[in-house]
Design a protein around this ligand. Structure first.
Ligand code: IMP
Length: 191
């Protein structure tokens, strides 16, 4: 099976290729020479994943999937959510995003949060959605050197370390993205 991953993020593609069986060949947008940005105008992670996948399906008529992920904080009504990358502005500055969250949370104790990841798949004539989620809490200092984004301020449930302290070996087994990815791969392998 050949399928397009509607992303320009080569790291995501490499990560996925490591875990899919060789019978499934994954092409990124760079691989098929499509370099334009697909605007993410959706109000939810699901909408954004669908927008990207629908766009590529319509343009190339091929099987494809896309993903969208974000951090959702209960007491902030699910923010930053779909705005996770651009929470403090279009420059996508991680430190500014974290500062904004801390400012909004002020004195809240152990604010509950989760990371969610959504994959939207076009396979033949059908569409499918897969979700992965990890619950946890936000802390008011940065801890750890690994990972990216909000990893230094997120402690997953059942652990005492942040994602950034736990490192990729553990994170890649328990994260929102890992869970959604395993569901997608499982489905593709059995299709
Ligand atoms: P994307 O949809 O996977 O590109 O994620 C959008 C944004 O959500 C990222 O730029 C990060 O700010 C945040 N995010 C998503 N997944 C993670 C994660 O695993 N750790 C930390 N931040 C994340």
């Amino acid at each position: 099976m050949q399928i397009i991953f509607a992303t320009h993020n080569q790291n995501k593609v490499i990560e996925l290729r490591r875990i899919v069986p060789k019978s499934i060949k994954i092409w990124s947008l760079n691989d098929i020479n499509y370099h334009d940005t697909i605007e993410e105008t959706g109000k939810t992670l699901e909408e954004n994943a669908k927008i990207k996948s629908d766009f590529i399906r319509k343009k190339f008529g091929l099987n494809c999937f896309s993903d969208d992920s974000g951090l959702e904080i209960d007491i902030l009504g699910g923010e930053p959510g779909v705005m996770s990358a651009r929470y403090a502005g279009p420059l996508k500055n991680n430190n500014a995003n974290i500062e904004k969250i801390w400012k909004k949370l002020r004195n809240r104790r152990n604010p509950k949060a989760c990371f969610r990841s959504v994959f939207y798949l076009h396979l033949n004539k059908n569409t499918y959605c897969f979700e992965g989620r990890i619950d946890g809490k936000i802390i008011f200092e940065k801890r750890g050197e690994n990972g990216f984004g909000y990893d230094p301020i997120f402690i997953p449930e059942g652990y005492e370390k942040t994602f950034a302290e736990l490192g990729n070996d553990i994170k890649n087994k328990i994260s929102h993205r890992a869970k959604a990815t395993f569901k997608l791969i499982d489905f593709l392998v059995n299709s």
